[in-house]
Design a protein around this ligand. Structure first.
Ligand SMILES: [Ca+2]
Ligand SMILES: [Ca+2]
Length: 316
């Protein structure tokens, strides 16, 4: 690893380019820059050129002077990267290549700006957070542009309402056929006040590499997650679930369509006073999730967070 440390005076701009620019960068580069501005300044990065093959190079950045810590950006598309702005007065940049390239790499400018300045995304842009604004047309294009992937979140979402005591049936896309290999589908279920949502699977088939199912409380996808299912040999036996309040989100992703990846579940609105109590033969994952007791301490994570594999002595 080759690291260059640079200092930028207030209002100054430095130009940084990939090794050998404008010639092609070579393979197996791992070059880092750590930029320091003065107190009460931030560092503003803007690219004037970026040509990197997605399979041959990778650009990343983060706050502070610890490479790999506080990362907020990565880029491996061969199109124009957005402007970046540090949170404090230090930023690290990294450019690595890992195969024979046919492209020239990048040129960027790093400017020291007052810490009071921020980037605000335009209406035509998507806000990745951390003052990173991408082209709005890159939202839901099945390519992850934001570091946290948020530009691809909630692109295929169905919102459903369940009346008191009613049951809805939800199945994977194309059921009973297998899901295609690029599904990322979410459902947000709402019950009435003082109700909860009870989920029970009547069918679940998937290979551990072909699909992933997760669930959480509330209507904010990816928040308050309490369940995931991708166990090695247990695809057909997910436990029942119950929400804490009157909303739950469910997510199903499918990566590989040549093996079965499909399910059917029922979602029922039940009084909020009801709970699941695990039987003596079951292990209690918490949050009313009860798994087969024989799955305790068997080296596979079945509970979300892996509580069934804690205190087993297996990893002592
Ligand atoms: Ca995208
Ligand atoms: Ca287990």
């Amino acid at each position: 690893m080759h690291t260059v440390v640079l200092y930028i005076n207030a209002s100054d701009t430095l130009e940084i380019s990939s090794p050998n620019y404008p010639g092609n960068y070579s393979d197996y580069i791992d070059k880092n820059w750590i930029l320091h501005a003065e107190e009460n300044q931030k560092i503003y990065i803007t690219f004037s050129s970026f040509e990197a093959d997605e399979y041959s190079a990778y650009f990343s950045a983060g706050d502070g002077d610890n490479i790999y810590s506080n990362q907020f950006f990565n880029w491996y598309r061969s199109n124009e990267p957005p402007d970046l702005i540090s949170t404090g007065n230090q930023i690290w940049l990294r450019f690595s290549s890992y195969s024979i390239p046919a492209t020239s790499g990048f040129v960027l400018s790093a400017s020291s700006i007052p810490a009071t300045e921020n980037l605000t995304c335009a209406a035509s842009e998507f806000d990745c957070g951390h003052s990173v604004c991408i082209n709005g047309s890159w939202r839901c294009d099945k390519i992850y542009d934001c570091y946290d992937g948020s530009d691809e979140f909630s692109c295929d979402t169905t919102v459903l309402y369940i009346n008191v005591s009613d049951t809805l049936e939800i199945s994977s896309p194309n059921y009973p056929s297998n899901s295609s290999d690029d599904i990322d589908k979410t459902w947000i279920l709402h019950a009435e006040e003082n109700q909860k949502i009870y989920i029970t699977f009547s069918s679940f088939e998937a290979d551990e590499y072909s699909a992933y199912f997760s669930a959480g409380d509330g209507a904010n996808l990816y928040s308050n997650q309490f369940f995931e299912w991708h166990s090695y040999s247990r695809w057909n036996e997910p436990p029942d679930l119950i929400s804490h309040a009157n909303q739950i989100w469910l997510r199903f992703t499918s990566y590989w369509s040549s093996v079965p990846s499909r399910f059917v579940l029922s979602a029922t609105s039940i009084p909020s006073t009801e709970n699941l109590t695990c039987a003596a033969s079951e292990f209690d994952c918490g949050h009313s999730v009860c798994i087969n007791g024989s799955w305790r301490c068997d080296y596979q994570w079945d509970c979300y967070g892996g509580s069934d594999e804690l205190s087993c002595g297996n990893y002592a």
